[in-house]
Design a binder for this molecule. Structure first.
Ligand code: FAD
Ligand code: NAG
Ligand code: NAG
Ligand code: NAG
Ligand code: NAG
Length: 526
């Protein structure tokens, strides 16, 4: 009670302060931005979209939104804010596709850069021995895929959902079922063009301005805005065999996953999910399986039980399939790989889809959920990286006790090998060679019952985090969200010093990505 009252007073003061600031400075601020010589433009009204994100829990309205036409527009704007000095309190947030969960792409009273305006710039595919594509930081991965496919090539490492921006995922990591082999998306970038917090435009790579290059990758937007990225490509797969098998025992499931990610001859994509007391199929949005088909659907109901579903793909070429021998070989190969595994035999399910259809699978589910009004809900997502030596304990306690069902959204679990991650980037991993991504991808249904509302799910997340802390599991958050400097320091651990050094070097006034709440403008970065 006492705390609530104090917070209330604080907020009232804060609101008065911001209103004063608005009234005193707004016209001035607006005309100073309008006086910049830009190709693009600013808007000062109807900017509500920039205070909304996928998490749908934090809503901070900016004072202005920049729609940049080219990199110079972004550089001029940041330079202008830089020149105003620390006292202005003005911040700048790049907004990719706004699919953050806790306001990370928002800038209260500041300037939001609508990165998708930049995406009109041409993508350039370069073939050759090591093909790559140059794309805008505001480009969506789905568009990168479609452009690359025209040349028969494609990026190697993905996220489960492609309607996310290149700059947005590279600021985090970009992790999916290909990461065990190719590393995350940040391990597949050759070069970046970045606008720093001083408004400088810098080209960086392993060879050139390497510290900025590594800093920006997984850097949570703290050191610069990615305006262009050079992404490594491979020959594009044509079709995929998409396979699911079910386990009733976590240790067998995890043992098979670990076996598959370390085998030389293996699948092309390896993920997994947990189903606890699952009665409801509507929420199952990850796969384009047909809920009307009882054979498929029964795999995803685990009423009263806990089940573990291993999800795999193997790429193949339909032209070669004309050749019966090769086609047989693909099926034979899959059969031989599966024969090494210990799943429940009757649960094997195999389907065949195009590569694009597979990669864009969550979008298909999005359209269905949208039509039912189930997409724009609060999404209290929690993503954890759990070291291999602790995953059994974690599973026992979290899947066995804390979570009593997974009807609020999928819970993913799959291992990756740290050797595919570059420890010079800003990304922090647990301290072990193998770690698991565990993703709780829940949505809160507006409801009258207590145990599927937002507060219920937030409490659940809190209990999971508290458990990890108490049991000292060495877990790191992915897409981290913290409220205190101490928590950020603990998150980065031995990497904190480097992170602060980079902030001082590239964004000393703490202008960029204020929504991450790591550094505060006008307060010493240290
Ligand atoms: C349905 C769904 C599925 C997802 N699946 C996965 C998954 O499989 N794997 C995975 O790794 N992640 C996944 N994510 C998380 C996703 O990668 C992050 O939320 C990512 O930040 C979203 O990209 P965005 O373009 O919307 O970023 P935004 O929310 O717009 O921005 C994220 C952060 O990056 C900063 N930023 C944005 N653009 C730039 C830029 N050009 N330069 C510098 N900083 C920038 C912003 O200021 C902000 O701090 C998923 C998210 C959703 C909603
Ligand atoms: C961006 O636009 C400005 C204004 O027209 C122009 O002067 C500048 O050369 C452009 N910059 C780039 C990198 O295209
Ligand atoms: C992880 O990758 C490294 C380097 O490729 C390899 O030596 C190691 O055996 C891998 N670990 C496991 C458990 O697969
Ligand atoms: C399934 O849900 C019921 C009712 O909420 C609960 O009593 C039971 O413990 C749950 N089972 C598991 C495996 O979590
Ligand atoms: C990064 O990894 C390399 C090679 O494994 C190791 O030599 C180096 O000490 C590591 N650096 C940091 C900062 O952890």
């Amino acid at each position: 009670m006492k705390e609530n009252k104090a917070t209330g007073i604080f907020f009232t003061l804060f609101l008065c302060y911001t209103c004063m600031k608005l009234i005193l400075c707004f016209p001035n601020f607006q005309s100073s931005l309008q006086s910049l010589n830009l190709q693009g433009h600013f808007t000062f009204e109807n900017n509500e979209f920039a205070s909304i994100d996928f998490g749908n829990q934090f809503h901070y309205l900016p004072s202005a939104v920049l729609y940049p036409k080219n990199v110079s527009d972004i550089a001029s704007t940041i330079r202008h804010v830089w020149n105003l000095g620390p006292a202005s309190g003005l911040t700048v947030a790049a907004r990719g596709h706004g699919h953050s969960f806790q306001g990370q792409a928002q800038a209260a009273q500041g300037i939001v850069v609508n990165m998708e305006s930049l995406s009109g710039q041409q993508m350039q595919v370069h073939m050759g021995e090591y093909p790559y594509v140059d794309v805008s930081g505001g480009e969506l991965w789905i568009n990168v895929l479609k452009e690359c496919l025209k040349y028969g090539v494609a990026p190697k490492s993905w996220t489960d959902y492609l309607h996310l921006s290149v700059g947005g995922t590279l600021s985090n990591a970009g992790i999916s079922g290909q990461a065990f082999r190719h590393g995350p998306q940040i391990s597949n970038v050759r070069q970046l063009q970045v606008v720093t917090g001083k408004g400088e435009v810098v080209i960086c790579s392993e060879e050139k301005n390497a510290d900025l290059f590594h800093g920006v990758l997984g850097g949570l937007g703290q050191f610069g805005i990615i305006t262009r990225a050079r992404i490594s490509l491979e020959p594009a797969p044509k079709m995929v065999k998409w396979i699911r098998v079910v386990y009733s025992d976590f240790s067998t499931f995890a043992k098979d996953q670990e076996y598959l990610i370390s085998s030389k001859n293996t699948f092309d994509y390896i993920e997994g999910l947990v189903m606890i007391n699952k009665t409801n199929l509507v929420n199952y949005w990850r796969s384009s399986f047909n809920p009307e088909d009882p054979v498929q659907a029964s795999q995803f109901v685990s009423d009263g039980k806990t089940l573990f579903c291993l999800e795999l793909t193997k790429n193949f070429d339909p032209h070669l399939q004309q050749d019966d021998i090769i086609a047989n070989n693909i099926d034979k190969e899959i059969k031989s790989l599966l024969s090494q595994l210990s799943y429940i035999p009757s649960t094997l399910f195999v389907t065949e889809v195009s590569y694009v259809e597979f990669l864009d699978r969550v979008h298909a589910a999005e359209l269905k959920l949208r039509s039912k009004g189930l997409w724009d809900l609060p999404h209290p997502w929690l993503n954890l990286l759990v070291p291999k030596s602790k995953i059994q304990t974690f599973a026992q306690n979290v899947f066995g006790h804390i979570l009593t069902n997974t009807n609020h959204g999928p819970v993913l679990v799959y291992p990756v090998n740290k050797s595919k991650w570059d420890n010079r980037t800003s990304f922090v991993t647990p301290d072990e060679d193998i770690f698991y991504l565990v993703a709780f991808l829940q949505h809160a249904v507006p409801s009258t019952t207590e145990n599927d509302g937002l507060q219920y799910l937030l409490n659940l997340n809190k209990r999971i985090l508290e458990y990890c802390e108490e049991a000292n599991l060495g877990v790191k958050q992915y897409l981290p969200y913290y409220t205190t400097k101490e928590e950020w320091r603990a998150h980065f651990g031995t990497r904190w010093e480097v992170f602060v050094q980079r902030k001082l070097a590239y964004d000393p006034l703490a202008i960029l990505a204020p929504g991450q709440r790591i550094f505060q403008k006008a307060i010493s970065v240290l």
